[in-house]
Design a protein around this ligand. Structure first.
Ligand code: ZN
Length: 568
């Protein structure tokens, strides 16, 4: 069956609630662990169906945002999400207090129970109203950001369309593109400030209604974090400031020198070559031919995966009117189908769709087939991002297919941007923590906090010349800060593990790849820290991790840079 042939039907609210009530009472009357497991399976089956329908509605809405039917369906899930969550928690509670719990843990997995404990901490019926309001505010932000119509050189562009000018080899073009976006954001500053201010207060109240002092702890629980705490993240952040930032400062100085600049500005940050960043030399159909060849050559298993994706039309990558911006990978669990959404724009980002998003899809494809317990197919977001970010590196071997003679340049830019990301991502996380610790900060105070953090985490970069960014407004177009609180450090933790895979693959590619496959196969059946340990890597929170990997990353970076100068 292809994605387009799957039938959508809105789940009936009353029926779901009745079914949940039935499940709850069946669980109580079950006479032994076997019978309780039977009820558990029924419950999971229903949740799987709900998730499949919600995911299908979201996919179809993003494929054509003008479609009011699917837009209404998405509103339905925004509204019903917290109510269904309430019933899910009631069920989790029954499992946790079952007289047969020991047997259940043995037969299912103790991790399911740990995750239930966390899910319970992440919810309280008194907070449903704030959760619904939070969902509505997220939609309002999404609409505001996607409503952007920015006049630029005779065209009217949205933010993603401005992207190619922000990456232009011509510095003045880049500056003007950033300035145009900054100007538009400044004109809408009041709206951005208001939405975020409401979000912070709604989340703070949500946290208080769940029994916490502020949103920080609740945010961690809502991210389902089952193996590290805000203290671990604080230790990671210390390493970033003490070890990573000084290391990166050297690299950025080299980058500035290569670009013939005294000092990097915001609009130079992602540019690594004077001639500009390399772009793929392939048409869309060639890109897919190359992708297919790459995954077939990588392993028989990835070959099967890519064939499955293509045969079932599980990519939608061409930009067209009405289609939502951005890119993502999701899944339809009832059909064991991953799905990749993107908007190709002719830049190297198109290749990322075939490496990063396909890395997610490959992990999801494998987990849905190899892990019998649905709840353990997917781990935390940091685990999922290891799948995708590592695949970006495992795909390096095939970059000549996409970039021809510029493949080395692509790799150099790729690792450069990955290294630069660590302080940025950490700063985004720390910003959120400080904001939720002091919910009564004014919008102006939040902007000044952002500028302070920029000085600490990115001392090599200046916002000079970009009005709104100089005023500390840069974070307002980082959608995670609005829509997915505390989902950001995940990328930094995952990038760190992906660097470990990159170093390993330079020692022994095949060994590193099979280690990666084991990481994927486990899905969410182990915690992130356990998976990292099983892969033979040191903890990402350990004091030595960065200092150990830095010399090796430097070596990889330098050898790429040397190849470039010998090519010229
Ligand atoms: Zn990702």
């Amino acid at each position: 069956m292809k994605l387009s042939q799957i039938q959508y039907e809105r789940p009936d609210k009353d029926e779901i609630i009745a079914k949940y009530n039935q499940i709850l009472s069946d669980f109580d009357t079950a006479k032994n662990a076997d019978e309780q497991i039977q009820v558990y399976q029924d419950c999971i089956q229903m949740q799987k169906h709900l998730n499949t329908m919600a995911s299908l509605a979201y996919i179809r809405f993003t494929l054509d945002t003008r479609d009011t039917f699917y837009s209404n369906e998405c509103d339905f899930y925004d509204e019903m999400g917290p109510i269904f969550e309430d019933y899910g928690i009631r069920f989790a509670d029954k499992m946790l207090s079952s007289p047969y719990r020991e047997q259940l843990e043995q037969r299912l997995s103790p991790l399911i129970f740990l995750n239930y404990e966390i899910a319970k901490k992440a919810f309280h019926p008194n907070a449903i109203e704030q959760m619904q309001e939070d969902n509505r505010l997220c939609t309002e932000y999404k609409k505001l950001l996607s409503s952007a119509k920015i006049a630029f050189r005779g065209e009217e562009l949205n933010i993603p369309q401005l992207g190619k000018y922000k990456e232009s080899p011509d510095r003045e073009t880049r500056r003007q593109a950033y300035q145009a976006q900054g100007q538009w954001m400044k004109e809408h500053a009041q709206q951005f400030d208001d939405i975020f201010d409401k979000m912070v207060h709604v989340r703070d109240k949500m946290a208080k209604n769940c029994g916490y002092e502020n949103y920080v702890q609740l945010g961690y629980y809502r991210m389902g974090r089952n193996c590290y705490s805000p203290q671990d993240i604080a230790a990671f952040r210390q390493q970033v400031l003490q070890v990573w930032v000084p290391f990166l400062q050297q690299i950025k100085a080299q980058q500035a020198q290569d670009l013939n600049l005294d000092h990097l500005k915001l609009f130079d940050d992602s540019i690594w070559l004077q001639e500009g960043n390399p772009q793929p030399k392939a048409t869309v159909s060639e890109m897919f031919e190359n992708g297919k060849r790459m995954y077939h050559e990588m392993s028989s298993d990835t070959g099967e995966f890519i064939d499955y994706m293509l045969q079932h039309d599980l990519f939608d990558v061409l930009a067209r009117p009405g289609k939502s911006g951005g890119g993502y990978c999701t899944e339809l669990p009832e059909y064991q189908m991953p799905f990749i959404f993107a908007n190709f724009n002719g830049t190297y980002e198109d290749v990322d769709v075939l490496t990063h998003e396909a890395g997610h899809a490959y992990a999801s494809y494998r987990a849905m087939r190899s892990i019998p317990l649905y709840e353990l197919t997917q781990g935390g977001m940091e685990t999922c991002e290891v799948h995708s970010m590592s695949m970006e590196f495992f795909a390096w071997k095939w970059m000549p297919l996409f970039f021809k003679e510029n493949a080395e340049k692509y790799k150099y830019m790729h690792i450069g941007n990955a290294l630069s990301f660590i302080p940025y991502g950490t700063m985004v996380d720390y910003f959120q923590q400080l904001v939720y610790e002091k919910p009564d900060m004014t919008p102006a105070e939040r902007k000044s906090l952002w500028l302070d953090l920029e000085k600490q985490f990115r001392p090599y970069l200046s916002n000079e010349g970009i009005t709104y960014m100089e005023e500390g407004g840069r974070w307002q177009c980082q959608s995670h800060i609005f829509e997915r609180p505390f989902y950001y450090i995940d990328y930094c933790l995952a990038q760190t593990v992906a660097f470990e895979f990159l170093i390993e693959m330079h020692r022994d590619y095949d060994k590193a790849f099979s280690c990666y496959q084991q990481f994927l196969n486990a899905g969410g059946s182990k915690t992130f820290t356990q998976l990292v340990q099983d892969a033979g890597f040191p903890s990402v929170f350990s004091e030595e991790t960065f200092s150990k990997m830095i010399p090796q990353l430097k070596q990889i970076l330098e050898s790429l840079r040397n190849n470039l100068s010998s090519e010229q």
